[in-house]
Design a protein around this ligand. Sequence first.
Ligand code: GLU
Length: 503
Amino acid sequence: MSQKVRVRFAPSPTGPLHIGGGRTALFNYLFAKKHGGDFLLRIEDTDQNRYVEGAEAYIIEALNWLNIPYDEGPRKEANCGPYRQSERKELYRQYADALIESGNAYYAFDTAEELDAHRKDHEAKGKTFIYNWHNRLKLKNSLVFSEEETQQKIANGEEYVIRFKTPEDETLHLNDIIRGEMQVETNILDDKVLFKSDGMPTYHLANIVDDHLMKITHVIRGEEWLPSLALHVLLYRAFGWNAPQFAHLPLILKPTGNGKLSKRDGDKMGFPVFPLEWKTAEGDLFSGYREDGYLPEAVVNMLAFLGWNPGTEQEIFSLEELISAFELERVHKAGAKFDPEKTKWFQHQYLQTVDDVKLAGEFGEFLEAKKVSTALNLTKIVSLLKERATFVTDLWEQGSFFFEAPKTYDTKATEKAFKAETPEFLQIVVSILNTSEDFSAGNLSEKVKGWITSENIGFGKVMMPLRLALVGEMKGPDVFDILSILGKKESISRIEKAIDFMG
Ligand code: GLU
């Protein structure tokens, strides 16, 4: 029997979850659920300097809002916890020691100043300083010092780090589900620090140890980690562990296609790059999809198409459909251009699927916040307006006239529609409305249209001024629907006001 699929999303809490992080989380979730596996959240907070208060809570809230909850993680402790690396601190040292023991790692005593001097020296010669096989025997480390000297330095309290001893002269054959096989020469790699002088592991060590202990079978992460793949594979080998399979997701590019989408781009270009609003400690506010009125389903659908497609024409996918259609093999290598217009398109499609009663409830809250009180049938109004709406706010833009009688009339339209005979026509409409017990759109339409036809007047001559009287401009749904919703009293009052205006 094959192993149970276990994947993890492993953000560092250095800020809010960016679209790219959301996409990584989603692809992990889809892959796990497709294979009946587990989706873990692991908080990689070994770099204390970059820790940002509130980031972890934000990440969890964002995953919940997107409806892609994790099975194990902080606040959902299970067998492989704790799921915050800072709480696993004690665990990593023994693994670094084991690598020293097996000859795969060494102590390095070079100070920050010394390394800096090497760097500057190389730069002056137009070179780059790399700490690896070609110079490690000339630097200050336990490969050079005797065992006693090394132990003495440690006993003296000299600061040191533990570095990986990258093997020499080897061609590695690395595999990635999306990218296929890649070859890397070990000689170009540097001896990365695994354990820092502050007693904390680096990302590389903690990540491999945790993926192993948490029984991760597939590592699905952003392309920016591809350069670390060789080291990671070498670490698994050095520990004698089976490596998981890897899939590196393509970069997300700016809408122009020029470069990576950055967190500043969104608000500069007028769209959010974060699922939820985020306020920095300095008081900067970044907009979020949730607060901008997007539905999580629309955002998920948009994220799914950032670097993946199902190979068919279908674009609208529920989460369930995504789970069954998703395949890592169909993820592209090339960067995925972010398209804010397409996101709006998804949002428009999803808004149409929201039940009218539910949408009316949300519209009602919006009106309340605007201090607009109304006794009108919001469900009916919403059902008429939503076709032209992308956000709940558009319902107001399309239909504010239901709640506020026009104060002015669109000048261009009045020139066309208000003619000498118009007051007389509108008077007749008023009398038809007055005598109509049944105020349904159907009945009103039949009566008014019946009169227009029998008098041979021409529809535009009545319908245009009537719409202007009710709405103030030439927009909105069917005039008879509007009359029916506004009711007899309000409709007549608006028409009489328009007649006065013309008088
Ligand atoms: N902590 C890394 C990040 O913030 C995780 C990389 C990985 O998934 O291995 O992206």
